[in-house]
Design a protein. Sequence first.
Lengths: 289, 569
Amino acid sequence: MLQATGLHKAYGATEAVRGIAVEVAPGRIVGLVGNNGAGKTTSIKMFCGLVEPTSGTVRVLGGDPLRAPVRKDIGYLPEDSPLYEDLTPVGYLEHFGALYGMRRNDIAARATELLHRLRLDAEYWKVPIGRLSKGSARKVALARALLHDPAVVVLDEPSSGLDPATQRVLDRFLLELRDQGKAILLSAHDLEQVERVCDEVLVMHRGRIVLSGTLAELRGRAGSTRYRLRATVAFEGSAPDGPDHVGHVEDWPAAEACIQEVRAADGRLLDLQAESPHLADVLMAVSED
Amino acid sequence: MGGLALARMETRRQGRRIDPRGMAVVLTLGLALGALFVLSPGLAPDPDQGLYSVKATPGSPLRPAAEQDGRFRVLDDDGLGLDGADLLLRNRSVRYDDGSERSLAALEAYDQALRRWLDKRLLQEADQAAAFPLEITVVYESRDMVAGGGPEPSPTPDPTGPAPTGTGGPGPTPGPTEDLVDAVDPAGEVRRGLRPDDLDPPFPIRSLLLTFAYVLPASLLVQLHASDLHAERIRRRGVLLLAAPLRPAQVLGGKSLPGLVLAGLLAVVVTLALGAGPLGFLASLSFIAFLYAGITLLAVLARSPRELTLLQVAMTTLLNVFLFLPAMFPALPPVAFLSPVHVIASSMRGDPVGLGPFLYATLPLTLSAFALGALAVGFTREEIMFSVRGMVDRLLDALEAVARGRWRTFLAGLLVVPFVFAAELTVLVLSAVLGLQVALVLFLPMSVLVEEVAKGLPVWARARRPLASRAPPWLVGVLVGTGFFVAEKGALVLTLVGFRDLPYGPQALALLGTGPGLALLMAPLLVHVLTSVAMAVGATRGRLGAWAGFGLAVAAHFAYDRILLGVAF
């Protein structure tokens, strides 16, 4: 549904994106993560037809998003929320619905549905956007991106400015959209959200995609699961922690050996925890390379 | 379709921002004033009302013509001669001061007034066949030149004598070629054949007022439009419009259309109030379009509101100067018609304006408006509009975006020409301060530089395409050079056809029909194509190559001009 191959973008001598390939299939949420300056936003702008690639191709439902009609199938939410402060949320959505060729009645129905689902209180619907809180304004921006029911949704930091409760609402909404068959690309610094909703993650670094795969695959590449043991007696590598002894081992065989050692010393295993690497560890590992 | 939807939404959005009570008051006042002017022509502003003072003896047959023309304040002859008056009508003679430009201009105005008054009287005659016994068809033919360079005087039909040719029948009298009255200078010497058309009025107050009547409302509107458009850029709201299924031209067109329509309607109101007629209205559209396109470009170009204000003021001032200055020389049509305001002034006076002069006055500004608008569309792209890169880089990127494809590359070469003329005119005016000799010496190399830089812009812009999608440099050079040539020589032919009384004009026009004339016309095509190709080839070889190509183009063009001047003089 969204497909990019050999995508390259240079600004003079600066190469912002260096030959990336991305595919977001229908019914999938793909996360795009990376440190600042990794090339995520430039890539997203190329996916949405805002920036022309220096080389390579982008296809949205088979069409080139540089062509205006193709952009009708894309719902784009930029990182900041550029809104018309003098318009009300309803007026703002009417404004953009008309640009996407929607009929007045359809706009009104869809706007009502989206604002309800994003939990923007009805009392704010007819208040100028300039008077809304940052979170409420973000909800309006999100509603605009989804107003025309696009097949491909590209969200840049969607949860920026949202409170935890609304973030959970957004997560559920994204999962629903995925189940409806939308292809969703989610760029976020909120790695917990990426872990909560994404089926697949792409890690960008210095204009390239350096890692890609499911969360489990990425964690596996970042290192194996570590184990933390707490026992009543000392074991190899342990250190006293109050009346107990605590130690870390790098794999399961080493953990089993420690358990045997505790039993042999007539000790008791008080706690055993498996610690999987987080996406943040993956990013840290990438940026340290 | 999308552009219209945007225009509709913009109208609604802007409409919500207007205070309805304030707008109602302004509209009511405007409509009342407009209706007053339209319904009462006498109340319409006429800056020439009572411009000249005329003394006339009460029984003089020449007096009624002055009395019925608003430009004259008629006083009774006090026997003291002119004594501060511009003209003295005594019996059948007109006395004037040939040392006063004001008096000479009054004489010209009186000549026109007298013709109108006589025609009016003749049209009131019951027997029109007696009033207009002849219908004269004037056929222009080439004439032999007499020694001294002036045209040989041709026989002129005497309005009081028998007609040399023609058929009988009623009809208005053709414009006589001699004065109907004897002009007597202060020494008492009778002079015939005076050409008042050669004189300037004392001050072109009408042109000045006209300029402001049209430009001021349009400027106010365009400033509102510019600040709104600029806000789209600095608040980054324009990103969402560019991400919508709209082309850049639709985005810009949709944002601009409501204001442009309103400016057009205002021009209609001003035209009606001034009585400038359809021709005046069409002429006004050329500079309103220019103003709108130019300010739109500045709005997407400026990096801050302060910079936008500065650029807006500079542009509006320059446009006013451009509109006003040429109109100060009504006796020199090729100069006066540089300004569309002169068309409006002529239209108000009822003077006919031919298609040639009309196009001469309006086409450069219209083409410039088109070029500026196209460039603004080129800027309306995310990576150019919101870029923090330097102005030249952004300009070339914008040009590259609009000059893609062969036809557009040709068009880009064509559309730089009005700007070249404006720049060359500025160079000429500025260097003229240093004296004619210095001006002529400076003008040649400066005009070569201006022309090569102008052609270089689309050429360098095209070289910014990625190598794989780049057109061959020779083709880019041929297209840009040909476009430039077509516009440059088109303007020349238009000038020669439109102003047949230019010095050497008819000869030059006749020369174009001959072999050597055609060769002279076509030789610049070769020069423009070759120099453009040199720049295009150089531009593909890095910065040094681009400079080398430009240097070569300038040297070749300069050498050609030198050779041409050597042959001509």
